[in-house]
Design a protein around this ligand. Structure first.
Ligand SMILES: [Zn+2]
Length: 172
């Protein structure tokens, strides 16, 4: 399990959101949200866990969003950002549109613990390699991503995998 301090080491102090939630998800996920937290990873993941006991999205409780662009002014009725959510019951992490029917819902990770781990590995790599020439940085980053495939294999096994679609787009 990644620690809160490890996330802060690259995300920065105050950029890892801990929250106490009363959601119908596995207790391990509730513990992760409270004790480890969700890190901000530039526009790729902006934590904004929802309140209440009822999932806001058709596919789950909102964990945060992917911002459409740098400096975007997000509002409650925004239709441009996509969301990361945790599924009621099973606790899978999913990615999808703000409204049902507006787009595909993809599998991100089989549990919140893996999702935080994936964010951590990418955030740490982005910060470690930021001083390198872009081409070298991309090669190093690709290796990090490839290693992640060995974790949480189920989440990356088919075309409905968020990470697979992302990686294919970046390095296909
Ligand atoms: Zn937005």
């Amino acid at each position: 399990m990644v620690s809160h301090a490890a996330l802060e080491s690259w995300a920065g102090a105050g950029r890892v959101t801990c929250s106490f939630v009363n959601w119908h998800v596995p207790s391990e996920a509730i513990k992760t949200l409270a004790e480890v937290g969700l890190p901000r990873l530039d526009t790729r993941f902006v934590p904004s866990p929802q309140g209440g006991e009822v999932p806001v999205l058709s596919y789950g409780y909102v964990l945060g969003r992917e911002e459409v662009e740098e400096g975007h002014q997000h509002s409650d009725d925004c239709s441009e950002c996509s969301y990361f959510a945790i599924k009621e019951g099973a606790g899978e992490v999913l990615y999808g549109p703000p409204r049902a029917g507006d787009g595909e819902v993809l599998t991100v990770n089989t549990s919140l613990r893996y999702f935080v781990y994936f964010l951590h590995k990418q955030g740490a790599a982005s910060s470690r390699y930021s001083q390198l020439p872009e081409e070298v940085m991309m090669r190093r980053y690709e290796r990090v991503v490839n290693r992640l495939k060995n974790h949480d294999l189920t989440a990356m096994s088919d075309d409905s995998s968020f990470w697979r679609q992302r990686f294919t787009r970046l390095w296909g």
